[in-house]
Design a protein. Sequence first.
Length: 348
Amino acid sequence: MPPTSETRTNTPRRTDPPLLEQVVNTCRKKHDARNTAKTYCAWVRDFVLYHRRQSGRFIHPAEMGAVEIEGYLTYLAAERRVAASTQNQALNALVFLYRHVIGRDPGRFNATRAKRSRNVPVVLSRSEVERVLGAIAPPVQVIARLMYAGGLRVGEACALRVKDVDIPRRQVTIRRGKGAKDRLTLLPDALCDELERLLAERSRRHQADLDAGEGWVELPDAFAVKSPRAAWSLPWQYLFAARKLSRHPDTGQTGRWHVFETTVQKAVKDAARAAGLTKRVTSHTLRHSFATHLLEAGYDIRTIQQLLGHADVKTTMIYTHCQTQVSKGVMGVRSPLDRLPSPAGHRG
């Protein structure tokens, strides 16, 4: 049975910090990514505003429960028609809120679920990739090339540290990727000279920051406690550093953050438009193209799964639907129309 107003507990005290601040603090304690905290806060805010519109007054989530969660999730599916993945994201945010912030189980609910769809990802041909990458101006171009070269997500590429690039071994280490997992991926010969120049320039800039009394960078939580001086060392600096120093929103410490993800995302979209492509191209399209082109080159699905960092090979299997062979169409199948004789010229 869902909880009623009489059985609900843990009502907020006047001395408690604001709700969204509690969500952010709890995410920090659990070492969740900053984007995760931002997403959870957005859903919690939307949940509260939805019930405010329904009731005409503000109701704290501690005074609500399974009935209100069910109503909100149904609203997302039936009225806003969100995708199943979006509805699941909202559900995860609310379960996190109740279990880890409010401190009680949200109860059982049976909301209308959004219909799950399986979309085939957009994939570029090799010539299209070349045109897009060629239309991106430095220094963002090297980030985009690295994303295609190793199947990196945009956030993974932007957040690379100096120590994560191993040129002699031709590999890149992705730290705390999606699901907080580390993995290794490819570093092609074609990027080695450019990355060596970038590393040398990054070293000079870091030394200039140190000479100016700066040079701090954010460290992972546990390592920051164990080796705090590493925050001023070159290996831990972001490889693709921002041009300007900025103040950390949590600590107030001044440092050099990495290039914003939105900068890369916009550059890729603008390049696709400049290249004259009619496909819907995003930064993630480079990752899709990387996986599909490896399949077309004959690499096995398990290897590609490891390079992409997928937990389940079923996720990687989606690229088999995108696979083509030169002049042979989807999955190497030749259309029967190509077997018909050429039509005679049309007479008006």
